[in-house]
Design a protein. Structure first.
Lengths: 320, 320
């Protein structure tokens, strides 16, 4: 089976979306953006050996390649619509492509996202995905909207994907009962699309956690010109995390572990009362972890009201 | 200089476009699509060693990576608007990035295309570009609109990029006076944006020539359900081509040489009279090369009214 046949068999999928005026197969896709909406666009590349292990299960890889991109739309509060996929493969391996597509399209169908184009190329394994969504005018959840006094929140629990990575690397032993959980958090992140949409009229800023809470929150602090103060005791830790590593290591993973793809967002005092109701239907927990204060952009850590810093020891454990 | 600094220095460019509501640096870009317009999207990846020589001049590579994508918008008749760039680099080489960006942004500015996002990743050199443009509703130049009786046209001259490649490989000697010409055709293709726009109300189908006329025209024949008949004598050949290879070899390069990025389009009899006027301001020649006929989708070659086929000899010369 050559590349054209492979594309035809696995990538030309009829979409249920009637805003796809012309799908894959021509020079461009033609798409209809609804009136009074703006377009949200994001691109992410996953490179073998950098972002994933070369032998990663292709089904999980297909899921993750789309999930990390949808996560950017979630962080903007957008409705996902369309995706382009550029797949670079060292060789034509139909079984691999079939599994990759199974993971990719399962997630795409779940969110009613149509594949509208892309290409397949020979070369070192990498995946470049561009997602597009729409958003009512003026409703985007920017990084720059946080103000002093806003509460800081995160969805789900933190650091579990990093724990899954540490386990895969043989650096941490995770009890058998938690294996599926950490593996799923690491390989099958769930973009928080519904949460992002529900936050449109409530949050003052948002982003998705890809590099670790401390660093990612710094982006909001800088873009908004505010100082973030986190309460270490509030960081939501999974049972798997608590059972697998020390408290100090758990905090280190929660603050600096990448690949969580949870949302971090800020909410003005006046909207706090609406939060519970707005997120009730999303099926995702959320936790208050601190507040924004005026001052030089920074991310401060407090434990029982005292400054906290990550010790070298908590780090060394995870370094190669 | 680390990756963040490099991105900030070279890729965060303020755009003159007021339809970029939010540029690079947040989770998504936010873009305003004009009323009564549809969105045209295309993605192309260039991989080192597959699509270009690893030591290709980075300025030319930056130009070409954007040009081949804009060429898809041209083939649809769209107005280019925005671009996302995912750059995967084996190492941080500021001089290389600076040159790449110089080539990329020179072309982007020429067509007033704003860079709205993307990423920079470590890994084997490759470039994934997604371009977006807009088009008045119902005006897209599809591959599927050709009808029996339509004339077939191409812009510019054919096969020159392939001639440039053959010269670079040392398989053809091109006279010194033509060196710049063939090198430019090979490294600095010009997307035929103005031609595509001018053809919106005239052409029945169009595509850009990336894999060679014979194969590319077959896409139109199949999508439209018609038979293409080409007159070999009509194929536009450059002086460089005529001076460098035999007539037979020139025809082989014109029919099968890739990377030309000229447009091939079909025009119904009733619109032929408008063609000259419509394309007059584009500064590009165009040539009638054949016609569409009813029948099984195919691309037929005629020379002086007789069937013509590419001989093995004309091929062997270029094979490795």
């Amino acid at each position: 089976m050559n590349e054209f046949e492979l594309i035809k068999k696995y990538f030309i999928v009829n979409s249920a979306r009637n805003d796809v005026l012309l799908g894959p197969g021509d020079d461009c896709a033609l798409l209809q953006v609804p009136a009074n909406s703006v377009l949200a666009v994001s691109t992410d590349t996953l490179v073998s050996g950098v972002h994933f292990f070369p032998d990663m299960d292709p089904n999980a890889l297909g899921h993750k390649a789309l999930a990390v991109n949808l996560s950017d739309l979630a962080a903007m509060g957008a409705d996902p619509c369309w995706v382009s996929l550029a797949l670079t493969l060292p060789e034509i391996d139909e079984a691999w492509v079939e599994q990759f597509c199974a993971g990719f399209f399962e997630l795409a169908e779940y969110y009613n996202v149509a594949l509208v184009g892309g290409d397949m190329t020979r070369g070192p394994l990498s995946i470049c995905v561009t997602v597009q969504g729409t958003l009512p005018e003026g409703k985007g959840l920017l990084r720059s909207g946080a103000q002093a006094g806003d509460g800081i929140y995160v969805t789900g629990t933190l650091g579990d994907a990093a724990l899954g990575l540490q386990q895969a690397l043989g650096k941490v032993v995770v009890a058998a009962e938690h294996h599926d959980f950490v593996r799923n958090k690491f390989e099958h992140p769930h973009p928080r699309i519904l949460v992002g949409q529900a936050l449109r009229d409530i949050a003052s800023s948002a982003l998705d956690l890809s590099d670790g809470l401390a660093g990612d929150l710094m982006h909001i602090a800088r873009a908004s010109g505010v100082r973030a103060q986190l309460e270490i005791e509030q960081l939501p830790l999974s049972q798997a995390m608590q059972d697998s590593v020390s408290q100090e290591q758990a905090i280190a993973l929660a603050l600096t572990g990448g690949d969580d793809y949870e949302l971090c967002f800020t909410v003005p005092e006046v909207h706090r009362g609406q939060l519970e109701t707005a997120l009730a239907h999303c099926g995702v927990t959320f936790t208050y972890i601190g507040r924004m204060l005026s001052g030089e952009p920074n991310v401060e850590l407090l434990q029982a009201g005292q400054p906290y810093s990550l010790s070298e020891q908590s780090w060394d454990h995870f370094r190669s």
